[in-house]
Design a protein around this ligand. Structure first.
Ligand code: 9WN
Length: 472
């Protein structure tokens, strides 16, 4: 079985003229080169001035079509900071960047105190979604220099194996065959409403929160970013892990925040299949990785599928229940190539429902022109501009799009691709976008927006770009 050819070849009217497509490509490649800092690409030159983990994977996938060398280099730079436990840290700090350029910076994390820290560059003490094996495979698949790409895979393979083993052993305290996250920053969707109940329940002891200054508000509108109350809780959780020496066993035993999320685990499953493909390429046995992928797949079906609501949901290990917040994360088990047809159909129905498409009834004109909002449009606390609480992000769009392509590319697949193109054409390489107006929010010059649109443009069956209201 291979998970590599994920889109049916179809003949489609081009969404963009050749000139427009070339211009968009040049602009995206130019942005990635501007954000390149020697061995990695900054997610954003202002808001995020270091190397981030899953950003690196998205960026390497986009770069893989045109710049094999940099794509390989940044993945390897990230894994040079991998902990001895196998954990890949969410942030690798550039010591040349002043400590006050980003909060929380290296002094706050003080991760060198952990047994597993490898020395060398300072890092954060938590992880992020494990997209890296998938990224490494795509770098290999698109490489012009095949021999160099094979050597690259051979170097990275044992590190990827260690990353996946870390998740299976250190991050499955309840034996769910799923990896848990212990901080919203590990989810990738840091400020998603999924975490609200657990965060709201945290009572911060008066002397436990260090005084700190948010640096994000220097570069972004406060209306786009998390609230101060949420930030206090992010910081408090990180402080407690720091004070526990980032020891997984004690963090898992004491943290009020232990959840298995669909996005994280679906990406892990997709990457475990990629790791099996990589094993075959470098001469190792793919079978254990394929089995791991199937265990994750079964774990998602058993523990993350809410049969009553007929959708996936995060599972709160502490509370022993599903979290009833409907976000884009619930759509991402589409990345599992073995997802049963029934579940695929339920996800596609959800995607086309008023919760994500805002249609009054099937077949009527959509009232949300840009897909996919990150949160249920019908929720009372849906917010079209605040970070992960409603706006469209290019990375979650791209993940849904790649997932749908593995399952027969239903009509909504092209609407999502068209949305991504129209958003960046209208508003530029912003971090996230208003699903109603297409206005851009958060950072400017955001790298993964450019990288993933590059991936979209390079795939031969590029989409139609219907005008607002046209098409399914
Ligand atoms: C904290 C870099 C990162 C992304 C995350 C996104 C945001 C950081 C922040 O930026 O998180 O890690 O300071 O808000 O939520 O997904 O990796 O782009």
């Amino acid at each position: 079985m291979t998970t590599r050819d994920d889109g049916p070849a179809r003949s489609r009217r081009a969404s963009l003229g050749d000139d427009e497509r070339r211009a968009l490509r040049r602009s995206a490649e130019g942005l990635l080169d501007t954000n390149w800092v020697g061995s990695s690409t900054l997610p954003s030159p202002t808001l995020y001035p270091h190397q981030w983990s899953w950003d690196t994977a998205f960026i390497a996938i986009g770069r893989s079509w045109a710049d094999q060398h940099r794509a390989q280099t940044e993945l390897e730079a990230l894994f040079a900071a991998q902990w001895t436990t196998g954990m890949v840290p969410s942030i690798v700090f550039d010591p040349a960047v002043p400590d006050d350029a980003y909060f929380p910076g290296p002094d706050f994390w003080d991760a060198e105190r952990a047994d597993g820290h490898p020395g060398g560059r300072p890092t954060s003490g938590i992880t992020q979604p494990p997209l890296h094996a998938r990224a490494a495979l795509e770098v290999y698949d698109h490489a012009a220099d095949r021999a160099a790409a094979r050597d690259f895979l051979a170097r990275l393979y044992p590190k990827l194996v260690a990353q996946h083993a870390y998740l299976a052993t250190h991050r499955d305290p309840a034996g769910l065959d799923l990896a848990v996250i212990v901080h919203p920053w590990e989810s990738g969707m840091d400020n998603a409403p999924i975490w609200d109940d657990d965060l709201d329940a945290i009572v911060i002891p008066p002397d436990r929160l260090p005084s700190y200054r948010r640096r994000d508000l220097v570069h972004a509108d406060p209306a786009d970013r998390p609230s101060d109350a949420a930030y206090d809780r992010f910081v408090y959780l990180a402080v407690t892990y720091r004070d526990a020496g980032y020891d997984d066993a004690s963090v898992l035993a004491s943290s009020p925040f232990v959840l298995a999320d669909p996005l994280f685990n679906a990406i892990w499953c997709w990457s475990a299949h990629a790791l099996a493909d990589i094993a075959g390429i470098v001469g190792d046995d793919p079978a254990p990785h394929r089995r791991q992928a199937r265990r994750i797949s079964d774990g998602m079906l058993t523990h993350l599928w809410d049969a009553t609501a007929r959708r996936f949901a995060a599972y709160d290990v502490r509370a022993g229940r599903h979290v009833p917040k409907d976000t884009v994360s619930a759509l991402l088990p589409l990345l599992d190539p073995d997802l049963p047809a029934d579940h695929v159909a339920a996800i596609v129905a959800e995607l086309n429902s008023p919760h994500f498409s805002g249609r009054a009834r099937p077949g009527s004109t959509p009232n949300v022109p840009f897909l996919v909002p990150t949160y249920d449009l019908r929720s009372a606390d849906f917010d079209p501009r605040r970070y992960w609480r409603g706006p469209v992000w290019i990375n979650t769009d791209w993940l849904v799009w790649r997932g749908l392509r593995q399952h027969g590319s239903p009509p909504v697949t092209d609407r999502i691709a068209a949305s991504m193109l129209r958003l960046v054409q209208q508003s530029g390489w912003r971090e996230y976008f208003d699903p109603f107006t297409g206005a851009g929010y958060g950072s400017h010059d955001f790298s993964w927006s450019a990288a993933l649109v590059l991936d979209l443009l390079h795939r031969p069956d590029h989409p139609l770009a219907p005008a607002i209201g046209e098409g399914q």
